[in-house]
Design a protein around this ligand. Structure first.
Ligand SMILES: Nc1ncnc2c1ncn2[C@@H]1O[C@H](COP(=O)(O)OP(=O)(O)OP(=O)(O)O)[C@@H](O)[C@H]1O
Ligand SMILES: [Mg+2]
Length: 288
């Protein structure tokens, strides 16, 4: 089943002359892990808002085309229906935490579904454990670090047992080591859920491509409201490099792309050490 299915989707925000998205065709299968990247203002968050049904239900503008999320037509389903299947984590987790304790925030969604108290307790316990913040259960969200708040926001989505989570620049408020830590926990989480027989689709919007490269199986590049590249990570990045699309290709890959044909390299270097040995070989061939 397709988790996401956009057919010729276009959207123009009210008051704006230009379409934020133009003719997007996009299918994401259940269970996929996809990175969406592209220059600032290209339309990434707009895609996230459509997946959640926030566009067109909470934003005014001109929507055309068809968008389905797990078979639900977003035009025919209120945001609350879509929220039973999909959760979104924004770049600023503070906006997503609004009660006095982490526990209450995590319980909020299931309480709105009017689930029995013991089911709610079970989901809260599980969700806190999955993101590793059981010890923060009774803490006030205001007293947490950025990384901890981000994890609390994720737990509050997990308690809804989502089939799809969209992360919209989840690391933009975090330092480099917390960013790596967060991304690792997101993918560990997917593994854990899948061990239990669940399926989780992940859509991650990120500028910092290097953080995700080892984790995703597909990269989609958006530019000016359109999908310009979509496919296997390394070939998408190579195409972006050749076409000079302004995205953050990790420096080590930029060097690799520059020398790969000349040096007959089939695989990118895994680390700097390997890159240096490639370069050494290349220069000794040139001089020798
Ligand atoms: N509420 C709004 N009203 C009017 N125009 C908007 C609104 N939100 C976004 N836009 C415009 O729509 C376009 C796409 O915005 P969007 O937020 O989807 O970009 P983005 O790729 O997420 O950018 P960033 O990387 O900076 O987060 C931009 O030109 C933006 O200015
Ligand atoms: Mg955005």
């Amino acid at each position: 089943m397709n988790a996401v299915d956009f057919r010729n989707v276009s959207f123009r925000y009210a008051g704006s002359e230009k379409e934020a998205l133009a003719n997007i065709n996009l299918k994401i299968e259940e269970g996929e892990s996809v990175l969406i990247t592209g220059p600032s203002g290209c339309g990434k968050s707009t895609i996230a808002k459509i997946i959640m049904g926030l566009i067109p239900h909470s934003y005014t503008g001109e929507f055309s085309g068809e968008a389905y999320v797990f078979g639900m037509n977003i035009l025919e389903n209120p945001v609350s229906n879509i929220a039973t299947k999909c959760g979104i984590v924004f770049q600023n987790p503070e906006n997503q935490l609004f009660t006095f304790s982490v526990e209450d925030d995590v319980a909020f969604g299931p309480e709105n579904l009017a689930l029995p108290p013991e089911e709610i307790r079970k989901r809260v316990d599980e969700s806190l454990k999955l993101v590793g913040i059981e010890h923060l259960r009774y803490s006030s969200p205001n007293n947490l670090s950025g990384g901890e708040q981000q994890k609390a926001a994720i737990a509050s989505i997990l308690s809804m047992y989502p089939s799809l989570i969209v992360f919209d620049e989840p690391t933009s408020m975090l330092d480099p080591s917390s960013s790596i830590n967060l991304i690792q926990s997101i993918f560990r989480l997917k593994e854990e859920l899948e061990k239990k027989g669940g399926r989780l689709t992940l859509i991650i919007i990120e500028h910092r491509i290097g953080l995700l490269l080892d984790h995703v199986s597909r990269i989609i590049v958006i530019s000016d409201g359109r999908i310009v590249l979509d496919g296997e990570p390394l070939s998408v990045l190579y195409e972006s490099f050749k076409k000079k699309i302004p995205i953050n290709i990790p420096p080590i890959l930029q060097i690799y792309f520059r020398i790969k044909d000349r040096c007959g390299l089939e695989k990118p270097p895994k680390n700097l050490k390997e890159l240096f040995s490639y370069l050494r070989e290349a220069s000794s061939e040139k001089h020798g």
